[in-house]
Design a protein around this ligand. Structure first.
Ligand SMILES: [Zn+2]
Length: 99
């Protein structure tokens, strides 16, 4: 009985250790390979327009609204100018807030 208990336990341990180590090796190998490829591709894609894009991105982020847009004085959502309605005191509000 003792051998019956020991035999399967040892085998299970060995199998588990082997498979875990195998999985670790495989996953690390796969991950590093994938990351290397992605980083190389990303670097290639970003290097070309990098300098120009940073300026454009900053300008877009600073501007609260485009030329054809306005910020509603009631709900503060950016809406298209065609929806702008003068509330009467110079504040532009959107059609939703006006109605
Ligand atoms: Zn509004």
């Amino acid at each position: 009985m003792a051998t019956d208990y020991d035999a399967p336990r040892k085998n299970e341990d060995e199998v588990n250790e082997d498979s875990i180590e195998e999985l670790k090796n495989r996953s690390t190998n796969r991950q590093s390979a994938v990351v290397d490829e992605d980083e190389a591709e990303a670097a290639e894609g970003f290097e070309l327009p990098g300098a120009d894009l940073s300026d454009e991105e900053l300008q877009v982020r600073v501007l609260p609204a485009q030329n054809d847009e306005f910020t509603c004085g009631e709900c503060f959502l950016v809406r298209h100018r065609s929806q702008a309605i003068d509330r009467g005191d110079g504040t532009l509000i959107c059609a939703d807030c006006e109605g």
